[in-house]
Ligand binder design. Sequence first.
Ligand SMILES: Cc1cc2nc3c(=O)[nH]c(=O)nc-3n(C[C@H](O)[C@H](O)[C@H](O)COP(=O)(O)O)c2cc1C
Length: 379
Amino acid sequence: MIISSTSDYRAAAQKRLPPFLFHYIDGGAYAEQTLRRNVEDLAAVALRQRVLKDMSRLDTSIELFGEKLSIPVALSPVGLTGMYRRRGEVQAARAADAHGIPFTMSTVSVCPIEEVAPKIKRPMWFQLYVLKDRGFMQNALERAQAAGCSTLVFTVDMPVPGARYRDAHSGMSGPNAAMRRYWQSVTHPAWSMDVGLLGRPHDLGNISAYRGSPTGLADYIGWLGANFDPSISWKDLEWIRAFWKGPMVIKGILDPEDAKDAVRFGADGIIVSNHGGRQLDGVLSSARALPAIADAVKGQIKILADSGIRNGLDVVRAIALGADCAMIGRAFIYALATSGEAGVKHLLELLEKEMRVAMTLTSVSKVSDITGDLLVRQP
Ligand SMILES: Cc1cc2nc3c(=O)[nH]c(=O)nc-3n(C[C@H](O)[C@H](O)[C@H](O)COP(=O)(O)O)c2cc1C
């Protein structure tokens, strides 16, 4: 199979993964309108083509939170990454490391922090969810700091998990889920061998390390519903701010007023995100939310953005709309599921090449020159 884009990786991942996992990655909340709009709204952003300006020297790198990134992209935190490929967090982190960009470890990873951190050279970022057990949160922050994680990504758009209809149909949850998952595994032998057999333990590594006993994954969706904390407010974030010594980024901002609150609160950055359309369906796509948020807080706080970014052109579009850095979720997971570390490395090379083409044909030689001036103002 020829692979030259994220959609090729998506098709390959669908073949390889048992359906309960493919649809868990691929799906969104309710009717999946926001999921679709994330991609469509970004794709509809027209850039001004400019020519004949000697673009022989391009610099795609940026500096963010004191770190150099070879391209303005970081890997978004994705739960259960180790279920899509054997010890998947390690493989994705190594690919990001090789390309010179950050990997963000999810709270609900299969591999614990201590398994991944020593396998890479640059510090990873750590993503924290608000769980009812605050002892776990403190323990996770202590362990992340001890393992040298540099930036904390604090996700605030998951006080409750969004309803994802596909999960009940695919066997991720719903009636006879365990039996259906078992049958799907048997009928996907390449995945069964790589992850089912050789990728053990299948566990929420960060959580079982704290509890001292395996969590297992039998009722992952039930576990999310029972442990996420809907009482979270800005007040709760204060002790985390005081506790975490490095940069702290709030993930899941879609509204300029919340972005201003993040500035007041002392965050170092925000991630404009609707969780890849997995939480509240019908909310704005990141592409539509970005300009007003940038108007409100650009320059006061770093603006990162994810949800819908599928190629290097999208990275340039997101930055032109107001982001300082883009993040990718599903795109790297499809590549990881297809060919592991090599797949993610290849995807990042594709992204960089596509960025270079976009920069050349819009006549910008460095990332800081990618601004709203690049946008064609449509009526
Ligand atoms: C399968 C899956 C699991 C995810 N798990 C997490 C998570 O554990 N923590 C988090 O903050 N965001 C999580 N997200 C959201 C991503 O970090 C990111 O916001 C989203 O994937 C971006 O949209 P994109 O997939 O269109 O790039 C998850 C997304 C997917 C697809």
